[in-house]
Design a protein around this ligand. Structure first.
Ligand code: ADP
Length: 157
């Protein structure tokens, strides 16, 4: 059984994230979506809301499950027999950050690996922070997120 985890804040999940989940689900036997429960900044959505929206967004993928964790990602992976972290890359800026993260994890836990999937160009400018900005100013983010997420965000304004 090859397991992978896609970690992130997902505040909220965007179409760019969902594309990465779908592709990871086609490569691994089981994919965990790991929601960080320790964002320093005040999030737009509570962790339970983020998890509900994620679960709705991946309900068509039978081998994907949504979890949250508080501690270190590597500890969660070792406890749950997950060997690979899957991260989406949009740009060189993403790469520079991710390279450091991947190398730290590799140095500490040689048995764990990080795999990068290049984001689709049409989603490359999408980010949770752009969605939050649009929502704060009452704009229309319907092209950046799935229908269920869009409806939920509108109901919160
Ligand atoms: P963070 O908690 O680091 O802010 P996010 O929740 O924004 O993370 O994103 C989680 C992962 O999804 C990261 O690997 C990020 O690079 C990737 N990602 C975010 N948006 C996109 C996108 N539009 N296309 C591909 N990958 C993306």
């Amino acid at each position: 059984m090859k397991r992978a985890i896609c970690p992130g804040s997902f505040d909220p999940v965007t179409l760019g994230h969902i594309d990465i989940f779908q592709r990871a689900a086609g490569i691994f036997d089981e994919v965990y979506i790991g929601v960080f429960n320790n964002i320093r900044k005040k999030p737009l959505l509570a962790v339970e809301e983020r998890m509900d929206l994620l679960a709705q967004s991946v309900s068509h993928l039978g081998n994907v499950k949504v979890i949250s964790f508080d501690g270190l990602l590597a500890d969660y992976m070792l406890e749950h027999d997950i060997e690979v972290i899957v991260r989406g890359l949009r740009s060189v800026t993403d790469y520079e950050y991710e390279q450091g993260q991947a190398q730290i994890i590799k140095a500490m836990h040689p048995e764990l690996d990080t795999m990068f999937l290049l984001g689709r160009p049409e989603y490359n400018s999408f980010s949770s922070s752009v969605v939050r900005e649009i929502i704060r100013f009452g704009g229309d983010c319907s092209r950046l997120v799935s229908d269920n997420v869009y409806k939920y965000l509108k109901s919160k304004i």
